[in-house]
Design a protein around this ligand. Structure first.
Ligand code: SAM
Ligand code: DTB
Ligand code: SF4
Length: 331
């Protein structure tokens, strides 16, 4: 049904060089282009550097829920807001139940399985041994394995690398300037250190952010600038829009306009041409058309599965149908 797209003159341009020294002014200039020019430019870069007819489907499972000692103001799992969020905490899941979910995700077409735990940092006890076993088993299913378990040290990063972990997710979340308004229990520098430990162990880096926290346009640019300073750029960049959680300090925040999300994705694509951009939390609030605009702007990965960590995600069959209808294959 879908014709192979035709090569057009704009695609004769060569792939742009990767840069790690973007200034705020340069990124702002891109972000503020007339929207259609921005989209045109972003898609041109995307088509040059990536296969624009492929989408990565990543499944997510929260293997340890709630009671997190951190105070991230957006999060349902922080112990600081537990009295008002009423989230039920759960201890670390058993290996077998996790692997059962990974198998199901694989049978539905997911290429990557991500596990999340509401920890400030990875504990050095039996739980870490369980996590290592989980990672090994996911890899033996021939799936990519990703984990997001809070801060980690050099030796834990090495152990995860040995277990076969493909990627570690640790977000910068926002600009260094705005960060302190959202999280006080962990510093921006701590996040950079964890990312450095992940990189040094040879695990690929998944790091992105979240918008809709009350940040300014310049903070969004600051997030992109900080991510782009990482050398190499993160292999995956999740872009989350706030899912307002009742009982957290940000529950009344104004929703992000989809057009602003599209602008951010397009700008991220131009600044980090080869990274995988994952359209992450908040996707279930987008219309199909808004999602397609995000894909055109350069998003080439989504969370696939009816639950994120504690909130609802899009319906799987609807995702598959949308991709089919627009002629995008999943990897
Ligand atoms: N506890 C680990 C950590 O923070 O490093 C891992 C999981 S944490 C939930 C991963 C990311 O999910 C956060 O950095 C944030 O960007 C995103 N996130 C968390 N709660 C969210 C919400 N309510 N809406 C949108 N994104 C959210
Ligand atoms: C990321 O950047 N987004 C995902 C994943 N990494 C772990 C988490 C989204 C969480 C959305 C809110 C929730 O379900 O609790
Ligand atoms: Fe804890 Fe992660 Fe939630 Fe922050 S985002 S409170 S670190 S689970």
């Amino acid at each position: 049904m879908h014709n192979k797209s035709v090569a057009s003159s704009e695609n004769q341009m060569s792939a742009p060089p990767l840069r790690y020294d973007w200034s705020t002014g340069e990124i702002l200039k891109i972000y503020e282009l007339p929207l259609l020019d921005l989209l045109y430019k972003a898609h041109t870069v995307h088509k040059k550097c990536n296969n624009n007819s492929k989408m990565q489907l990543a499944s997510l499972l929260n293997i340890k829920t709630g009671s997190c000692p951190e105070d991230c103001k957006y999060c349902s799992q922080s112990a600081h807001y537990a009295k008002t969020t009423n989230l039920k905490s759960e201890k670390l899941m058993e290996l077998d139940s996790v692997i059962k979910q990974a198998r199901i995700a694989k049978s539905k077409g997911a290429a990557r399985f991500c596990i999340g735990a509401a920890w400030r940092n990875i504990p050095d006890d039996k739980s870490f041994q369980t996590v290592l076993k989980i990672v090994k088993e996911i890899r033996s299913l021939k799936m990519e394995a990703c984990a997001t378990l809070g801060m980690l040290n050099e030796s834990q990063a090495k152990d995860l690398a040995e277990a076969g972990l493909t990627a570690y997710n640790h977000n910068l979340d926002t600009s260094p300037e705005f960060y302190g308004k959202i999280i006080s229990t962990r510093k921006y520098a701590d996040r950079l250190k964890t990312i450095e430990n992940v990189r040094s162990a040879g695990i690929t880096v998944c790091s992105g952010g979240i918008i809709g926290l009350g940040e300014t346009k310049i903070d969004r640019i600051g997030l992109i600038k900080s991510l782009a300073k990482l050398k190499p750029h993160p292999e995956s960049i999740p872009i989350n829009t706030l899912v307002p959680i009742k009982g957290t300090p940000l529950e009344q925040n104004k929703p992000v306009r989809p057009i602003d999300l599209v602008r951010l994705i397009a700008t991220t694509r131009i600044v980090m041409p080869k990274s995988r951009i994952r359209l992450s939390a908040g996707r279930s609030n987008l219309s199909e058309e808004a999602q397609v605009m995000c894909f055109f702007a350069g998003a080439n990965s989504i969370f696939y599965g009816e639950k994120l960590l504690t909130t609802e995600n899009n319906i799987e069959d609807e995702d598959l149908k949308l991709l089919e209808d627009i002629g995008i294959e999943h990897e």
